[in-house]
Each structure stands twice: as structure tokens, then as C-alpha cells.
Design a protein around this ligand. Structure first.
Ligand code: NBP
Length: 472
């Protein structure tokens, strides 16, 4: 008998995904470049289900039922290309290669087109939830051909997380759509974490609360509209005490945030698409800033404010600022998916994305139900901010949000996430923006032309002579 599905690459993610399939009754072919890892896998997990181990790629492919479905869970980049090449060499038209790694969506587009030429179906799929999610139910974001999803989809939906009985897995769209959406998911995750970090910092700096006390604040916040996995684990991390020193864990960790690249990719793509994802960008840049200890050491001598800010009900104000800024960050991320969907012809269903992020993934939250409802009510919402529920939440939060940003500026605590989210909110609200002056300057030095509010067409003013205006 042959396998229903195969997994090649048996590090933490692949291993747990293979076990997840087996737990759901599928016969799973397993393979890893270094055979020792496959043997170890069989030693550890053979009793958990039906596995067909192979020592070579050729045997691995031969052990799969047709149309073959092979999932690649190896390091993204060059290794993925190498494995695709090896698999493709032994496959036949109609077979499927699924890349479950964190690939760049541009690579996925390229790979999909190349394999299609050879009659093979390529599915680039985002998989979120880390190793725990891979084992017990991740959020799965498969792209690729709709035809491939027909046979592959039911298996993926089976092993995905479920919320209210609905699988956290849906066909996102053609070619790179799945990996794109996974990338934006990670970008939003960066923004969420930055806002959480700013909240903690402000409560500690402005009010002198200890990490353990702030852990209690987050635990309480997790009972309300902020309820989410990230808020929940923030309480855990802030409450943790280092066993060796007895100090709060956050005080013994080096304060330089690292990144693997999906946040950076999100911002790079947003720049290309012209979508202002300020929340994600501030989060990526804040991590970069933290990683320059020499600059930070030199800058410690620079002047700061002497004053302290009296701020009644700071905890509640910060909670509201966090919620409002979070709405902005998500609105921006969803805007980016709209723009990419148009640019690449993906027809992404935004409500469905909110639905599959409700469980299994890192940004899972009660909040995503609100987003799904917003798009259910109006598929063509110009921005999430104007959905009646979110507009009301922003109205309720805005006074607190402004007080928080003002307090932070007064006492010199950096809150780039809160501040830029508020600036974005205020800019969108404006009747007229100073962009008209920018247009005037561009026309002055570069004859870049401008449009008028009262007439169609483009115009140029002869700035160096009599300043007469002529159609451009
Ligand atoms: P790693 O990203 O650490 O990759 C290790 C695996 O890649 C091993 O099986 C290794 O085989 C294989 N590999 C490498 Br490296 N180069 C290879 C090559 N040239 N040919 C064949 N195999 C090669 O594993 P992971 O942390 O399980 O992640 C797998 C994928 O899932 C990655 O793309 C990752 O970005 C993504 N992802 C990870 C997480 C997470 O929480 N870790 C979450 C979501 C997505 P070997 O045993 O022979 O060295």
C-alpha cells in the first residue's frame, strides 16, 4: 500500500506535520536528506500511526499514491529549490509539490510557473503556529492552482486548527497568494508585538509598575476585547522569574530584537505596492534600532526631559491606545492584501483570511471575528477603520490614545507604534493634506506638474519666469 501524502524535511515543523497527518488516519511517507533523522523519527513515532519511511527521494516519490502529494518542510531559499528539483525529476504530470516553508512569495510565483511547464502542480502554502501548531492544528494558507486544492484541500483542512467547527485553512488564490498572505500575517505579528512591548514599557517607565504587576494587567486585558494568544503569552513571559538570579526574566534578556525576515519582506512589498503599512514598518525598524548597541551607548548622554507626567488611569488609557493602534495595524495589513490581490490577480477573500487566522496561528484572537464580520457586511470596505464597529471603537479610544502619546512624548518614552498609528488615523481623517505643498515644491524644482482641485488635466507653473500656468 502507498501513502496518501508525504513529508520531506523532518526537522521540528516537518516532523510534527507528518505526525498530525498520521493522527488523522492518513498513511504518511516520510523522508529527510540526512537519513539518520528519518530513522530517529521512526524510532520515536512509529506507534503514532502509519508511516512509510524512505532513504532516497526516488523511493519517497514511489511510495506515494497518485496524484502524488509531497510536502516540503526544509529551510527556505536554496534548499527548497534543490528539493523541488529532486522531487520533480521523479514525478509525473498531475503530481503535486507543496512547499510549507516560509518562502518569499516571489520565489513561489517563479517555482509555480516553472513546474506548470512540466505538468506538475505546485502549491506554496503558508503554515503558521510554530511546532505546536504543526502538531495539533496550524493555520494553513495554501496558494497555487484551484485544481490542486480540490484533491489536496480536504487533507489540509483535516489537520488544520478548527474554530467553531470551521477549519483554519482555505484556498487563498493562485501561485504566490498563500505565501504572500502568510508573510502579511507575520508582518502583523511584528506590529502586534511592538505595540505590546510599548504598552509594557510605558506602564513600567511612567508608573513604575514591576513586570509581575504588568503581567497581571495583561492577564486582565486578555479577558476583554484584546483577548489573543500574544496577550496571553505576554502575561506568561512578564511573570516569569529567572531561576538563577531571581530577577524578572525580561531584565536578564539582552534587549536586542532579532528577525528572520518576513517582517522585512512585508515592508519591502508594501513599498513596491505603495501601501503605507506604518505599523509593521515601525515594528521592523524598532527591532533594527535595538540591534545597534554602539549607537545606543553613545546616545545615552543626549538630553531628555526632566519632567514627569501625571496621568490618571494610565493603565486603561494604554489598553485603549493598544486596541486602537492594533486596529490601524490590521487595517494596513489588509490593505496590503487588497493591493497585492489586484496587482497579481489573486482575488483574495479578506473575510476568509480573518477566518483562518482565528485559530492555529500566532495572531489568533477574538478580534479577527470582528474583521470577518466587517468584510461579511461590506466586501469592498475602503478601509477597516470605517467599518461601524471599528469606527466606534476608535471613537471610544481616541482621547485615551492621544493622552498616551502625549505622556510618552513628555517623559521621553519612545512609542513609535502608538504614535505612527495615531498619525495615520489623523492623516486619513483630514479634509486636506499638506501633500498639495509637496506637489508645488516638486513642480518648482523638477517641473513634475500638478493637478488642480477645480479643473481636469495636469499643469505646470513657470516658476523661474512670470509664474504663469500652462497645461502640461
Ligand atoms: P529548518 O528551517 O531548520 O530546516 C531544516 C530541514 O531542512 C532539515 O530537514 C534539513 O535536512 C533540511 N535541509 C536543509 Br537545511 N538543506 C537541505 C537541502 N539542501 N536539501 C534537502 N534538505 C535540506 O526546519 P524547520 O524549523 O522545521 O522549518 C521548516 C520550514 O518551515 C522552514 O521553511 C521554516 O521557515 C518554516 N516554518 C518554521 C516555523 C517554526 O516555528 N520553526 C514556523 C512556520 C514555518 P538535514 O536534516 O539533512 O539537515
Amino acid at each position: 500500500d502507498k501513502a496518501d501524502i508525504g513529508v520531506t524535511g523532518l526537522a521540528v515543523m516537518g516532523r510534527n506535520l507528518a505526525r498530525n497527518f498520521a493522527h488523522h488516519g492518513y498513511v504518511v511517507a516520510v523522508h529527510n536528506r540526512t537519513e539518520e533523522r528519518t530513522n530517529q523519527f521512526m524510532d520515536d513515532y512509529r506507534d503514532e500511526g502509519s508511516f512509510l519511511p524512505s532513504g532516497s527521494v526516488q523511493d519517497f516519490v514511489a511510495s506515494l499514491n497518485r496524484p502524488r502529494k509531497a510536502i516540503i518542510m526544509v529551510k527556505a531559499g536554496g534548499p527548497t529549490d534543490a528539493v523541488i528539483e529532486e522531487l520533480a525529476a521523479h514525478m509525473e504530470p498531475g503530481d503535486m509539490i507543496i512547499d510549507g516553508g516560509n518562502a518569499n512569495f516571489a520565489d513561489t510565483r517563479r517555482r509555480e510557473a516553472a513546474l506548470k511547464e512540466r505538468g506538475l502542480l505546485f502549491v506554496g502554502s503558508g503554515i503558521s503556529g510554530g511546532e505546536e501548531g504543526a502538531l495539533n492544528g496550524p493555520s494553513i494558507m495554501p496558494g497555487g492552482d484551484a485544481e490542486a486544492y480540490k484533491t489536496l484541500g480536504p487533507l489540509l483542512e483535516d489537520i488544520s486548527a478548527k474554530v467553531d467547527g470551521t477549519p483554519c485553512c482555505v484556498h487563498v488564490g493562485p501561485d504566490g497568494a498563500g505565501h504572500f498572505v502568510k508573510m502579511v500575517h507575520n508582518g502583523i505579528e511584528y506590529a502586534d508585538m511592538q505595540l505590546i512591548a510599548e504598552s509594557y514599557d510605558l506602564l513600567r517607565q511612567a508608573q513604575g509598575l514591576a513586570p509581575a504587576e504588568i503581567a497581571d494587567v495583561f492577564r486582565e486585558w486578555n479577558q476583554g476585547e484584546l483577548e489573543s494568544y500574544l496577550i496571553e503569552i505576554t502575561a506568561e513571559v512578564l511573570g516569569h522569574v529567572d531561576a538563577e538570579t531571581g530577577k524578572p526574566f525580561v531584565d536578564v534578556v539582552v534587549d536586542q530584537a532579532e528577525q528572520k525576515g518576513t517582517g522585512r519582506w512585508t515592508v519591502q512589498s508594501a513599498l513596491d505596492l505603495g501601501v503605507p503599512v506604518t505599523g509593521i514598518a515601525e515594528a521592523v525598524f524598532s527591532r533594527a534600532l535595538s540591534g545597534h548597541p554602539e549607537q545606543r551607548a553613545a546616545a545615552r548622554a543626549l538630553a531628555g526631559p526632566n519632567g514627569t507626567a501625571a496621568h490618571a488611569n494610565l493603565v486603561e488609557d494604554v489598553r485603549r491606545a493598544l486596541y486602537a493602534s492594533k486596529i490601524v495595524a490590521y487595517a494596513q495589513g489588509f490593505d496590503q492584501m487588497v493591493a497585492a490581490s489586484e496587482e497579481y490577480g489573486w482575488d483574495i477573500d479578506l473575510g476568509a483570511m480573518a477566518t483562518i487566522w482565528r485559530g492555529g496561528c500566532i495572531i489568533r484572537a477574538r478580534f479577527l471575528d470582528r474583521i470577518r464580520e466587517a468584510y461579511d457586511a461590506d466586501r469592498r470596505l475602503p478601509t477597516l477603520l470605517v467599518d461601524p464597529t471599528f469606527a466606534e471603537a476608535l471613537t471610544a479610544a481616541q482621547d485615551s490614545w492621544r493622552r498616551v502619546v502625549a505622556t510618552a512624548a513628555t517623559i521621553g518614552v519612545p512609542t513609535p507604534g502608538f504614535s505612527s498609528a495615531l498619525a495615520y488615523y489623523d492623516a486619513l481623517r483630514r479634509d486636506r493634506l499638506p501633500a498639495s505643498l509637496v506637489q508645488g515644491l516638486r513642480d518648482f524644482f523638477g517641473a513634475h506638474t500638478y493637478r488642480r482641485v477645480d479643473r481636469d488635466g495636469s499643469f505646470h507653473t513657470d516658476w523661474s519666469a512670470d509664474r504663469s500656468e500652462s497645461p502640461a
